[in-house]
Design a protein around this ligand. Structure first.
Ligand code: MIC
Ligand code: SF4
Length: 664
């Protein structure tokens, strides 16, 4: 990759710095990797750090904006060691718009030195883990499940497209140094209990906001009992706790996986020091975990499968970046072999990658899946983000996925449950929620020493880029621009919402809306549609205003559209009890003030339709808001770094970059 001297770390920097870091006693693994990548040597909790990024990844539905933003930065080539562009989310190609997005992504990748993973190669996180993840490296991805790569001993973080674009331009990624929560794993998993049950147990303990501003670092003898893809299931769904990322050590299991992937030379052993100090710790004894299930409509609504046994099931979907590895699908094939699924169930299987599919085909296990009645669908996200396979009205769907927010499946009144592949198979066979232990014989899965490897669907960049034309179809619209921040903000409370509002509530997925990801004026019409269909129209008529919300506002996806579309409609500030990390950063990047209540009780004193006024006063930490409807004064907190303040003042990160207030 193209390295601009002085602007980015030289290729060996990471490992050399890491080698220095490991000699120091008392460090966690997270601290070791982070201190090898930060400009300021000692990263202290709560302080802002600038993390040098080795690899970036984007996917199609966040990637179009990320590359439009990168192009606006006027940087001739990416300055990372490796940048990857995946097409895995929206591949239905109902009309020209989807296909045009793919063609834009392919041409822009070629122009700027990005590896392009063609549609059909697989889901970004699964493919990245197989072919590109490296112990000790940092990864920034424009997808919230980027921490999947933590299963390989990396610090892998999800972010908005604009932050990923800046990382591609060689800029550090700025974040508050998280606390490090140690999860000590002991014991061995019982038959029919797998990695998904482990992370469901953790979600049960932590809830969907218990991980915010934390890194979940795994240690203990239980680690060695898990393969890399199983570790990936756990780090993947750490995202649902709100954690910044999750990380496993890199050990002989990691080495075996890398050898199997033909990448033995990329193995580096990495672990925390024995006397490492953590901010918090929890113990998970594998032998005490039983098959678990997340009930509608939240990933932390966890119960034992046996407690909800007998509920009739209409659909079972196996796949997604959480549970689509070769290990998982081999298990599914072994459990289904020689059996037939229930007549009342539609079973879909979406392999995580072309590599997984090819290995299943070569071993004959694909036949076991087909004969049992599975509908094999494309190696992509598919039903996970509502791209096809919506359940029937009021239907019950068991999915091996990571999110079950209301409506995300495409059917508003569907009941979505999250389960392991083992529990999914039990339901597919019986037609009802069933404890998988009733299937009696737990098959032993052996992973190939060498995987069949398919790299033919990657297009690697060449040096001949001067004649590459970036092709933009008519649905790809220019990025909107916004003026600098005003000294006084006033307007109506356009919407008041409760706790745990997800980005799926703010700007839904599904093929209809996701075809508009490169067209902000059009996509903005869908803002808050699942909650309030009249929102977009009202916001425009009122000339913008405020949003008021509860705890963990903006949980879920990294999609920056959930900030950019409200901004386009005139939203000036969002006032809530607390924010999810990525969404708060996206609000800053698009110049929307992220405010929290100084006293959470004040939430009850503001109603939708009230008129609010706020003097922005140099963006100080403690500000006062006036509710002109009631005359009440509400103290609010604006907890921003100096860099964030400069960004907001300028009217957003792109404007700030253009004004050269912030880099690059
Ligand atoms: C998701 O699982 O919600 C997505 C779709 O992968 C998003 C990204 C997007 O909205 O494009 C995510 O998790 O970041
Ligand atoms: Fe794709 Fe679902 Fe994973 Fe998001 S959570 S990356 S939509 S598979």
């Amino acid at each position: 990759m193209n390295l601009k001297s002085g602007s980015f770390i030289p290729v060996n920097y990471t490992i050399n710095r890491w080698a220095m870091a490991v000699t120091k006693m008392g460090s966690t693994l997270s601290e070791k990797i982070i201190s090898a990548h930060v400009a300021n040597a000692k990263a202290k909790f709560g302080e802002q750090i600038g993390l040098h990024i080795d690899h970036t990844l984007t996917q199609d539905s966040t990637g179009t904006l990320a590359y439009l933003e990168f192009q606006a930065m006027n940087v001739p080539k990416v300055r990372t060691k490796l940048s990857l562009s995946f097409v895995d989310h929206n591949m239905l190609q109902n009309d020209f718009r989807n296909a045009d997005d793919h063609r834009y992504l392919q041409s822009v990748a070629q122009k700027y030195g990005v590896v392009f993973s063609r549609p059909g190669t697989g889901i970004c996180h699964q493919v990245y883990l197989e072919r590109f993840a490296r112990p000790g490296y940092t990864l920034l991805g424009s997808d919230s499940h980027t921490p999947t790569a933590g299963g390989m001993g990396m610090i892998a973080i999800g972010a908005g497209g604009l932050d990923v674009a800046a990382a591609m331009a060689g800029e550090p990624f700025y974040l508050e140094m998280p606390q490090i929560l140690n999860i000590k794993l002991t014991g061995t998993l019982s038959p029919f209990v797998s990695a998904k049950d482990v992370i469901l147990e953790i979600l049960h303990k932590l809830t969907v906001k218990g991980g915010v501003n934390k890194i979940l670092e795994y240690t203990g003898p239980g680690v060695k009992t898990l393969t890399v893809p199983e570790r990936g299931t756990i780090t993947n769904m750490g995202t649902e706790t709100g954690a910044t990322t999750s990380v496993f050590p890199s050990d002989e299991v990691t080495q075996a996986f890398l050898v199997g992937q033909g990448r033995a030379d990329q193995h580096v052993p990495l672990q925390a020091d024995a006397d490492a100090k953590y901010n918090e710790a929890i113990d998970i004894d594998f032998s005490k975990i039983e098959p678990l299930i997340a009930l509608p409509h939240s990933p932390d609504n966890v119960k034992a499968v046996r407690e909800v046994e007998g509920t009739p099931v209409d659909q079972v979907c196996i796949g997604s970046c959480t549970n689509s590895s070769l290990r998982d699908l081999k298990m599914v094939a072994a459990l289904l072999k020689g059996k037939k699924i229930s007549e009342r169930v539609s079973l879909t299987i979406s392999p995580g990658s072309r590599q997984v599919l090819e290995n299943l085909a070569a071993s004959g296990e694909l036949v076991d899946l087909i004969r049992a009645g599975a509908r094999i669908i494309e190696n992509a996200c598919g039903p996970c983000i509502g791209i096809g396979q919506a359940p029937p009205s009021g239907g019950v769907s068991l999915r091996t996925f990571n999110r079950n927010f209301k409506g995300r499946s495409g059917t508003k009144d569907a009941q979505i449950y999250l389960v392991s592949p083992e529990t999914a198979v039990a339901a597919a066979l019986t037609g009802a929620i069933t404890d998988p232990r009733k299937l009696k014989e737990y098959p032993k899965i052996t992973m190939p020493e060498k995987f069949l490897i398919t790299d033919s669907m990657f297009i690697f960049p060449t040096t001949q880029t001067q004649n590459v034309n970036v092709i933009m179809g008519p649905n790809i619209k220019p990025l909107p621009t916004f003026p600098p921040l005003l000294t006084k903000l006033s307007g109506e409370v356009l919407l008041k919402v409760g706790d745990n509002i997800s980005t799926d509530d703010i700007l839904p997925g599904g093929s209809e809306v996701m075809a508009l990801r490169s067209n902000i004026p059009e996509i903005s019409k869908y803002t808050f549609r699942p909650i309030d269909a009249g929102f977009a129209q009202r916001a425009l008529e009122k000339g913008g205003g405020f949003i008021v919300g509860g705890e963990n506002y903006g949980q879920g996806s990294s999609r920056e559209h959930a900030a950019l579309a409200p901004k386009f409609l005139g939203v000036k500030a969002v006032l809530v009890k607390s924010f999810a990390r990525i969404h708060m950063a996206n609000l800053v990047n698009f110049g929307i003030l992220p405010l929290t209540f100084a006293d959470k009780e004040d939430y009850t004193h503001i109603a939708q339709g009230d008129l609010l006024e706020l003097a922005t006063s140099g963006l100080e930490k403690n500000l006062v808001m006036r509710n002109t409807a009631t005359g009440a004064i509400v103290s609010v907190v604006l907890d921003l770094s100096d860099l964030d303040k400069a960004t907001i003042m300028a009217g957003g990160k792109l404007a700030a970059i253009k004004q050269k207030q912030v880099h690059p």
